[in-house]
Design a protein around this ligand. Structure first.
Ligand SMILES: C[S@@+](CC[C@H](N)C(=O)[O-])C[C@H]1O[C@@H](n2cnc3c(N)ncnc32)[C@H](O)[C@@H]1O
Length: 271
C-alpha cells in the first residue's frame, strides 16, 4: 500500500488528512502521548462489571499493548487496588508492552511526568490516593514524545511507589510478535490508540488477538482507533462491539449490531 492508498483508506475528514505528515501516516513516527484515566473509557462501570464477573475465577490476565509510558497500566492497577485492596492480586501483574525503548525503560524505573490534570484524575478515581501511589522526585529523565525521531524532552516530577510499580511488568517488544505469547483465556486486552500504526499488519494482528480471546475475554480500543482506521469491516473475527461499554469488544455475539465498527479489511463473500 502506498501513501495515497493509505490516505484514501483513512476514515478521516479530508481536512484532518491534510495535517498528517507522510511519515506519520506511514507509521515511521508515532505519538507516544497518553494520560491517566483516559476519557474515552468507562473505568468504573467496566471494572465493576469485571470484578463481579470474575469473582470466582482464580486468575485474570490484563495486558496493556502499546502501553506508552505506562499511564494506562498504572491507571488499571490503581483502580483495582482502590476497589479491592489485597484481593486484587489475581489481576496482577499487568503486562505492559511497547516497542519504544525509552518510554518502557522510564516506565520500568517508575519515572512519570504527571500533568496537573493527571493528578486531578488520579485523585478522582482513587479517592484522593495520589500520595499513596506516587512520590515526588527531583530526578529528570529523557523521554520520547514522538517515537521514531530524536525529539526527546526532559521530564521529571514523580516516581511510582513500589506498591504500584510492582503491579506492572513492562516489556519492550513489538506487539505483533508479543501477541503470540498471550494465554488463551480470561484476557483483558487493552490495545488502544495504536491501530493506525499497525495498518500494515492490522488484519493479521486482529486475527491473532481474536485467537487469544475466549468468551471471557475483552478487547478494549480507543477513540483514535475508530477515527483513524477504515470502517469497512464485514470481517470481525468473531468480535463484536459492546452496547454496554464504550470501545469494548467481546466474543459473546450478543452485542453484534449493524454499526459494527472494527478496522479490519473486508473479506469477500465466498458464495
Ligand atoms: C498514542 S500511544 C497509545 C498509548 C495508550 N495505549 C493510550 O491509549 O493512551 C501509541 C503507542 O503505540 C506504540 N506502538 C506503535 N506501534 C507499536 C508496535 N508495533 N508494537 C508496540 N508498540 C507500538 C508507540 O510506541 C506508542 O507508545
Amino acid at each position: 500500500m502506498n501513501i495515497d492508498t493509505r490516505y484514501n483508506s483513512l476514515n478521516f475528514k479530508t481536512s484532518y488528512k491534510k495535517v498528517l505528515t507522510p511519515n506519520f501516516v506511514l507509521g515511521e513516527t508515532y505519538e507516544c502521548s497518553t494520560y491517566f484515566f483516559v476519557k474515552d473509557f468507562q473505568w468504573n462501570k467496566f471494572f465493576n462489571y469485571i470484578i463481579d464477573k470474575f469473582k470466582s475465577t482464580p486468575k485474570v490476565n490484563i495486558f496493556s499493548l502499546a502501553c506508552s509510558d505506562g499511564s494506562e497500566a498504572y491507571s488499571i492497577a490503581m483502580l483495582l487496588l482502590s476497589k479491592l485492596g489485597n484481593n486484587a492480586q489475581k489481576f496482577f501483574p499487568i503486562t505492559a508492552v511497547d516497542f519504544d525503548k525509552d518510554i518502557t525503560q522510564n516506565a520500568k524505573n517508575g519515572f512519570m511526568d504527571l500533568s496537573a490534570e493527571d493528578e486531578v484524575r488520579i485523585n478522582k478515581y482513587t479517592g484522593n490516593k495520589l500520595n499513596k501511589f506516587f512520590s515526588k522526585t527531583d530526578k529528570t529523565f529523557l523521554s520520547d514524545k514522538m517515537g521514531g525521531t530524536n525529539k526527546q524532552v526532559l521530564l521529571t516530577r514523580f516516581r511510582t511507589k513500589p506498591i504500584l510499580r510492582d503491579k506492572v511488568l513492562f516489556v519492550t517488544e513489538d506487539i505483533n510478535t508479543y501477541i503470540d505469547k498471550l494465554p488463551n483465556n480470561n484476557n483483558l486486552i487493552f490495545c488502544r490508540n495504536c491501530w493506525p500504526y499497525l495498518w500494515k499488519t492490522s488484519e493479521k494482528f486482529a486475527r491473532k488477538v481474536s485467537d487469544k480471546m475466549d468468551m471471557s475475554s475483552y478487547l478494549i480500543t480507543g477513540n483514535y482507533d475508530t477515527l483513524m482506521c477504515p470502517i469497512n469491516g464485514t470481517a470481525s473475527y468473531g468480535l463484536s462491539l459492546s452496547k454496554e461499554f464504550q470501545n469494548v469488544y467481546d466474543k459473546s455475539g450478543n452485542n453484534y449490531f449493524d454499526d459494527m465498527r472494527l478496522f479490519f479489511s473486508e473479506i469477500k463473500d465466498d458464495i
